[in-house]
Design a protein around this ligand. Structure first.
Ligand code: NAP
Length: 251
């Protein structure tokens, strides 16, 4: 699949799932700008890897929850590259805790990074995508949106919000040639899941029909599909990529 001549923005693209998405889009031929929050070493290492392969890639330190920064970054990219074809809203964090003891800061930090960020970048790209009458907005949700995990009220609320937002945007933008879809990953091996993997990897694997944790590339492959020309009639969907975890058929 080729994205030659296309442009993309990926939030939280320096590590984990976002990194695999940046690599996949760049290797498919797209020019890719990605953001990160604070780990500049990881961002620089990805930049040099992809530039070394001859790809056009840019990295920006920008808190995805910062609306002004999102507007500025999108404006810069449109000026530099002439437009934006793909937006992947991937940036996300967890700050788990039972509601009884969850601080408002814990709640707000997760809503800001995971959900307000999706508003910020989606709104910023809407105008240039509408002018071009084409675009792909791809939001990274989670199976946690529907699981009801104890200790994840903030995270599940942010991801449930993303899924409702995705359907509304698909409806609003469909007539402009823009699709909006979400991906709900299951258990993926990244820094985010390191603690729980260390504590219970074997038990988790038994609950997954595929009998393995997901790789960031499993999610990047789904992003490539939604970004592709062939997916132009697919919009408003949430694609679960979890090795069958949510079938509840494991063990
Ligand atoms: P990760 O390994 O912790 O990486 C998170 C990435 O997001 C990093 O590049 C980080 O930048 C960036 N980031 C975090 N907060 C940010 C902010 N406020 N502004 C800009 N960038 C920010 O996480 P991951 O596992 O790859 O998760 C990626 C997405 O997939 C998240 O939305 C997550 O909720 C979702 N997801 C993950 C899983 C899983 O099992 N891993 C399952 C379902 C859904 P720095 O490097 O600078 O910190």
């Amino acid at each position: 699949m080729s994205l030659a001549g296309k442009t993309a923005i990926v939030t939280g693209g320096s590590r984990g799932i976002g990194k695999a998405i940046v690599q996949a889009l760049a290797r498919a031929g797209a020019k890719v700008a990605f953001t990160y929050h604070s780990n500049s070493l990881a961002a620089e290492s990805l930049l040099s890897e992809l530039k070394g392969e001859g790809h056009e890639v840019l990295a920006y330190q920008a808190d995805a929850a910062d609306k002004a920064a999102a507007d500025k970054l999108v404006e810069e990219i449109v000026e530099k590259w002439g437009g934006i074809y793909v937006l992947v809203n991937n940036a996300g964090i967890i700050k788990d805790g039972l509601l009884a003891t969850m601080s408002f800061e814990q709640w707000q930090a997760v809503i800001n990074a995971n959900l307000n960020s999706v508003f910020n970048y989606s709104q910023a790209v809407t105008r240039p995508m509408m002018s071009a009458r084409q675009g792909r907005i791809i939001n990274i949700s989670s199976v946690a949106a529907n699981f009801g995990n104890s200790g994840q009220a903030n995270y599940a609320a942010s991801k449930g919000g993303i899924e409702g937002f995705t359907r509304c945007l698909a409806n609003e933008l469909g007539r402009r040639g823009i699709t909006c879809n979400a991906i709900a990953p299951g258990f993926i091996s990244t820094d985010m899941t390191e603690a729980i993997r260390n504590a219970a990897e074997d038990t988790i694997k038994k609950q997954i029909p595929a009998r393995r944790l997901g790789n960031p590339e499993d999610i990047a492959n789904a992003v490539l599909f939604f970004a592709s020309e062939g997916a132009s009639y697919v919009t408003g969907n949430v694609l679960t990529v979890d090795g069958g975890l949510t079938l509840g058929a494991g063990m």
